[in-house]
Ligand binder design. Structure first.
Ligand SMILES: [Zn+2]
Length: 182
């Protein structure tokens, strides 16, 4: 975190993107989950955050799991569906267009499916909000989503326009667990 802030102070007038490592592997604290996300997907999410500027935005994360179900690979992220609604401190993701995208991903050579959500919080708050937590719990229990352990990736912005990122997993019937960068 201190690294990140030092980095931000160099150029306070421009938006600073999340510092990325080459492999972007994350491990859930005290659990055996691993997560991998491609830098191009992180850049795509950040582009959407920069575009949204001072209001929240978000979309879904698409990917798959390793055979032992211990590693999640995030291979795509959608923009906010057109029927989403949002303000400076809240966001309700819409659904228009997602079924079509997910159907296509399901039939790809490398099958991919719904794996979680991403959010942008322009008012510097990297924590999931109360609404975020209840929505993620609902998703983990939903028959429709078929996702027992949805992931929530949050990009937040501070007053110096620096972006930072935190990732959580919401195991069904358990408290959320945060991933740490490896
Ligand atoms: Zn949120």
């Amino acid at each position: 975190m201190s690294d990140f802030l030092d980095y931000c102070e160099d150029k306070p007038e421009t938006i600073i993107r999340v510092k990325k490592t080459s492999n972007n592997r994350w491990k859930a604290q005290q659990r055996e989950y691993l997560l991998e996300i491609n830098n191009s997907i992180l850049n795509k999410i950040e582009d959407e955050c920069i575009r949204a500027n001072s209001v929240e935005t978000g979309g879904i994360l698409i990917g798959n799991y390793s055979d032992d179900l211990k590693t999640a690979f995030i291979s795509d992220a959608t923009k906010q569906p057109v029927d989403s609604s949002f303000g400076s401190t809240w966001f309700f993701r819409g659904v228009v267009g997602l079924k079509r995208i997910l159907l296509k991903k399901w039939h790809n050579d490398e099958r991919a499916y719904y794996i979680g959500e991403w959010h942008y919080h322009p008012a510097f708050n990297t924590k999931p909000s109360k609404t975020d937590i209840s929505q993620m719990k609902k998703i983990s229990n939903s028959v429709e989503y078929q996702c027992k352990e949805p992931i929530l990736l949050i990009v937040a912005r501070n007053s110096q326009l620096c972006l930072s990122m935190r990732i959580f997993i919401f195991p069904r019937n358990h408290d959320p667990v945060e991933f740490v960068s490896l």
